[in-house]
Design a binder for this molecule. Structure first.
Ligand code: ARG
Length: 391
């Protein structure tokens, strides 16, 4: 027997392709835990206003815990009619505790439910992203400290410019990552707002204490407009932007090190653990880790671009277009974290060829210093520049 959250006014079943087209469970089942945590808090909230009694509350909470156990231990069975994670969890709850489960959704809509689930998920996972960023930043800092004496040419326009320390270059990758870290923290403030209680569009009439509900779910604040609460997704594309920004920083690092890893430069040797070979040319060792960092940054950008296009000009309030948010969100999250971890591994394991790095330095690269020498003797800089150039 099929379980649907909405069939009452329908006379015909959905077309088979339409069912698949509409189904989001393969993607949004990643929210199973947040969905159940949100439902438990909602059950407590409707109990407080007398919509379910103590006995019903306990049954519902125990049932939701059982569903949680099933997901946790990998025995939850998805059914054909489970349209999304919300349907799947409620369907299973009803199988486990019977008709009492039918009270849980009182005053709630999947519109405020999904917005809550995603915010809970993202807030948690932004903590993991920050952790991974921190690891990468520390790998760069450690390496910069260790290689403090290593000199090389600094390049502008990929032309030899001025002598720098290798550490100086490594720290230049840290700076944008620090700013991205800050962006994640700022984003967390905006994610950490509870939309639950907003219903489908117009709130709920049951005098639910939304501040208490938000508190129960560890949100820092409650949302203030039920139309906006159910429909806004700017926190998602802000996340997609931050991921893209991290990708852009890492893609530049990747490009630098792909170049430094060539025979022509030979400044660095990537560890075998981050390279792959050629099926045809036995001598080859390719910097695939770095090429993939560079390449997958395009994918991050595409996810951001795609989802922003999806949101553009949809009518106010919830529309099914918004269901597209999760595929972009999860894919970008997975991608950006793998970029960060691979970058950390590459930096941690690569070897330097200090001789080659030193060979990139030549005396003409001190031309600016010569001009500054003259400046210190009182020569105007423009003239000093020209004299040093001639010299
Ligand atoms: N699966 C939907 C989503 O992810 C949940 C909300 C559906 N709401 C609705 N009224 N159909 O957006």
């Amino acid at each position: 027997e099929s379980y649907s959250l909405w069939g009452g006014r329908f006379e015909a079943e959905n077309d088979e392709l339409m069912k698949k087209f509409n189904a989001s469970l393969p993607i949004d089942k990643r929210l199973w835990r947040q969905d159940l945590i949100g439902s438990k808090a909602w059950a407590r909230a409707i109990h407080k206003v007398g919509l379910v009694d103590q006995n019903e509350l306990e049954k519902i909470l125990d049932g939701l815990d059982l569903v949680m156990d099933e997901w946790n231990t990998g025995v939850f069975i998805e059914k054909e009619h489970d349209e999304d994670i919300h349907t799947a969890n409620e369907r299973r709850l009803r199988e486990l505790i019977g008709d009492m489960a039918m009270k849980l959704h009182t005053g709630r809509s999947r519109n405020d439910q999904v917005a809550t689930d995603v915010r809970l998920w993202l807030n948690e996972h932004l903590d993991i992203l920050k952790l991974n960023l921190n690891i990468l930043i520390n790998v760069l800092l450690d390496r910069a400290e260790k290689e403090i004496e290593v000199l090389m040419s600094g390049y502008t326009h990929l032309q030899r410019a001025q002598p720098i320390r290798f550490s100086h270059l490594l720290l230049s990758y840290v700076c944008p990552l620090n700013r991205d870290f800050e962006r994640v923290e700022q984003l967390q403030k905006r994610v950490n707002v509870c939309p639950l209680g907003s219903g489908a569009i117009a709130g709920n009439p049951f005098k639910i204490d939304r501040k208490c509900l938000a508190n129960d779910l560890n949100f820092l604040d409650v949302s203030h407009n039920s139309i906006d609460s159910t429909a806004n997704r700017d926190f998602i594309y802000e996340f997609l932007f931050v991921s893209t920004s991290i990708g852009i920083s890492l893609s530049k690092f990747a490009e630098d090190f792909i170049i430094y890893n060539t025979k022509e430069f030979s400044f660095i040797h990537l560890s075998d653990t981050y390279c792959t070979g050629s099926s045809l040319m036995p001598q080859k060792k390719n910097a695939d880790s770095l090429e993939l960092i560079r390449g997958k940054t395009g994918r991050l950008f595409g996810r951001m671009n795609g989802f922003m296009m999806t949101v553009k000009a949809i009518p106010t309030s919830y529309n099914k277009d918004l269901q597209e948010d999760k595929e972009a969100l999860f894919d970008s999250y997975d991608t950006v974290n793998s970029l960060i971890k691979i970058a950390a591994g590459v930096i941690d394991t690569l070897k330097l060829n200090q001789e080659k790095m030193k060979d990139s330095l030549s005396v003409d690269m001190l031309a600016t210093d010569l001009a500054y020498y003259l400046v210190r003797k009182g020569v105007p800089f423009r003239l000093a520049h020209s004299l040093a150039g001639k010299c």
